[in-house]
Design a binder for this molecule. Structure first.
Ligand code: 13P
Ligand code: SF4
Length: 319
C-alpha cells in the first residue's frame, strides 16, 4: 500500500510538471481510474475520451486504454503529445481488421457507405466515411439509412448485427469480434437470472446475439452505467468487462452488481471478463512514460488527415 501511495504521488507530480492530463477508459484498473478522477482528467467511454482530450487545454494527453484510443487522441490533436502507458495494448477488433484486407473489401463494394467502429487502426479509419462508437452507432446508422445509404460495417460483427436489427438498415458486416465480450453465454446469464429474478440484465452490444436478445438494456459502457443509476432494480447482471464495476459501484453504492458468467455452466470467472490489453495499463508504466516521454503515439501525416474526416463527422454529429 505504501508503494502504491508513493507511485500515485509521483504520477500526480509528473502530470502537473508535464502539463499532462490523464484520460482513462472504464475498463482500466481502478487505481488508474481514481488517479484520472483526482487529477482533473476523465474516466469515460471511448466517445467521451475522444471529446475530452480534444477539448482539454493540456499540452500532453496520457491515454490509459488501448491503442486505438491513443491514436484517436493523436489524430484529433496533432499538436499535442499523446502518451500511453504501453503501445502494446491493442484490441482483437483492431487486430482482426488489417488495413490492406479491409481496403480490398471496400473496393469490392463501392456503392456502400463505409462505417467503422472506433476500435480500429488509423489506417482503417482513413478508409472510412464515418467512425462510430457503441454509444452513437445506432443514431448514425439510422441517419444514413434514412438517406437511403447502404452500409459496409467493420469490424465487430455482433455490434453490427445488433445495429442492423435495431435500425433495419442494409448492412454488410466484416467478421470481427471482441475476445472479451464474445465469451458471454446466454445459458449462463439465464441461470443467474433464475437465481435472481428481480435482476436487470445489462449487456454491451459486442456480446453475441443470443446474450443481447435476453438483455433488459443493451448499451455502451456509459449507457450501462447510466442504467444502474436510473433503473429501479436493486440487482443487476452485467455482461461487459469487469473493469466497469468500479465506476458502477461508485455511482450506485446501494445496488448489487453481479458479473455475467463467461462459461455456459453458470460459474463466474473473475479473470475472464477482463480485457488483457486494458490490463496492461498500470501505475509503474504510467509513471515511466510520464518521466521519459516513452511510448508516444504517432500517426503519419497523410493518414492522419484521412482518418480525421470520419472522426470529426462523428464528433460533430454527436455534439
Ligand atoms: P465503449 O466504452 O465505447 O462502450 O467501448 C467499449 C470497448 O470495448 C472499448 O474497448
Ligand atoms: Fe477490444 Fe474487447 Fe478489449 Fe474493448 S474489451 S479493447 S473491444 S478486446
Amino acid at each position: 500500500a505504501d508503494e502504491k501511495h508513493r507511485l500515485e504521488g509521483e504520477i500526480k507530480a509528473e502530470l502537473k510538471a508535464r502539463d499532462a492530463v490523464l484520460v482513462a477508459h472504464y475498463y482500466t484498473d481502478p487505481d488508474i481510474q481514481r488517479l484520472a478522477e483526482e487529477t482533473g482528467g476523465c474516466v469515460s467511454d471511448s466517445l467521451e475520451m475522444a471529446r475530452f482530450g480534444n477539448q482539454h487545454p493540456a499540452s500532453t494527453i496520457v491515454v490509459a486504454g488501448v491503442k486505438f484510443m491513443g491514436e484517436t487522441a493523436k489524430i484529433l490533436n496533432p499538436e499535442k503529445t499523446v502518451l500511453m502507458p504501453t503501445l502494446e495494448a491493442t484490441c482483437s477488433l483492431d487486430i482482426g481488421c488489417p488495413p490492406e484486407d479491409f481496403s480490398a473489401f471496400c473496393d469490392q463494394h463501392p456503392d456502400r457507405t463505409v462505417v467503422v467502429y472506433a476500435n480500429t487502426s488509423a489506417a482503417v479509419k482513413a478508409r472510412a466515411d464515418w467512425v462510430v462508437t457503441s454509444s452513437c452507432a445506432q443514431s448514425i446508422v439510422e441517419h444514413l439509412d434514412s438517406r437511403g445509404e447502404k452500409v459496409l460495417w467493420a469490424p465487430d460483427k455482433h455490434l453490427g448485427r445488433y445495429i442492423e436489427r435495431t435500425t433495419g438498415a442494409d448492412m454488410l458486416l466484416w467478421d470481427g469480434s471482441c475476445i472479451v465480450h464474445e465469451e458471454f453465454k446466454s445459458r449462463g446469464v439465464e441461470d443467474l437470472k433464475a437465481l435472481y429474478p428481480d435482476a436487470a440484465i445489462l449487456v454491451h452490444p459486442e456480446s453475441p446475439e443470443s446474450v443481447v436478445e435476453i438483455a433488459d438494456v443493451v448499451g455502451s459502457t456509459s449507457q450501462l452505467i447510466n442504467a444502474v443509476q436510473t433503473l429501479p432494480n436493486e440487482r443487476f447482471i452485467v455482461a461487459t468487462d469487469n473493469g466497469i464495476f468500479y465506476k458502477m459501484q461508485q455511482l450506485a453504492p446501494n445496488k448489487t452488481l453481479i458479473e455475467a458468467p463467461t462459461a455456459g455452466n453458470g460459474a463466474t470467472c473473475r479473470s475472464c471478463a477482463h480485457c488483457p490489453w486494458m490490463a496492461m495499463n498500470g501505475l509503474e508504466n504510467l509513471l515511466h512514460v510520464l518521466r521519459t516521454g516513452d511510448q508516444e503515439v504517432l500517426v503519419d501525416g497523410a493518414l492522419r488527415e484521412d482518418a480525421l474526416r470520419p472522426l470529426r463527422r462523428m464528433l460533430d454529429f454527436t455534439a
